[in-house]
Design a protein. Structure first.
Length: 240
């Protein structure tokens, strides 16, 4: 865009943040400081949220968050364990609209009352999401690469390539995860799903994001966490 000209004059390019305030041009070529690698970024995040021993002591957690959509209340309930168990239920005005359940190597999805079993590919994907702190797995999995530094909400963040379809961003100063971007195919089209994390608060000695912003296509929701419990509030029956 900056090379476009009209009637012999260069067309000015202006930059704005997400609040429509005029800002400076982002620096996409910021150099990565010496000694910083994908693993050091992950280790800084783990330390920032509570430390490895604290995170490894989490066997389960449950969360309830709320958002508004066109005047209607959305409720997000999520439960996870370290045994590849995952339950997520999205409700609109108290009625379940989409529910996903994983219990080990089997699971199902219910969308507006229609139930279907999860495919092996869907099970593998949900298993990745079911980890309470996937960064612990990233450290040992290998293949995670540090792609560079990019601005996220006006602050510089390290960009880690987690897989071909997923990237994660960690604040350079605090070490906290501020965003995840993933792509998936829906009805033959590539969709980008962006999840933002903010307002970190401590629960049982661990920092969790209490503001979760989710954007897919033209839709965007800001979920505020109302309840979060560590190692309580989860039962085997939640995954049946």
């Amino acid at each position: 865009m900056e090379k476009v000209s009209f009637k012999g004059k260069t067309v000015p390019v202006l930059f704005y943040d997400k609040y429509a305030s005029k800002g400076e041009k982002p620096n996409y070529t910021a150099e990565i400081p010496a000694g910083v690698t994908a693993n050091t970024v992950l280790e800084k995040y783990i330390g920032a949220v509570g430390g490895k021993s604290k995170l490894e002591g989490v066997e389960s957690y449950s969360m309830v968050a709320e958002a508004e959509m066109q005047g209607m209340k959305l409720e997000l309930e999520m439960k996870k364990t370290t045994k590849d168990q995952f339950m997520q239920d999205v409700k609109v005005m108290g009625n379940s609209m989409q529910k996903q359940v994983l219990d080990g190597d089997s699971g199902y999805m219910v969308v507006q009352g229609q139930r279907k079993d999860l495919s092996p590919e869907e099970i593998d994907k949900i298993k990745e999401e079911s980890a309470a702190f996937p960064e612990l797995n990233y450290l040992t999995a290998g293949g995670i690469t540090l792609e560079g530094i990019e601005p996220v909400d006006g602050k510089k963040a390290y960009k880690l390539k987690i897989s071909e379809k997923k990237t994660a961003f960690y604040d350079m100063e605090t070490g906290l995860k501020v965003q995840e971007v993933s792509t998936e195919e829906m009805q033959g089209q590539q969709m980008t799903n962006t999840v933002g994390f903010g307002d970190y608060q401590e629960v049982s000695g661990i920092k969790f994001p209490f503001k979760i912003t989710q954007s897919m296509g033209p839709q965007s929701f800001e979920f505020l966490v109302k309840e979060l419990k560590v190692n309580e509030g989860v039962d085997a029956s939640d995954f049946k």
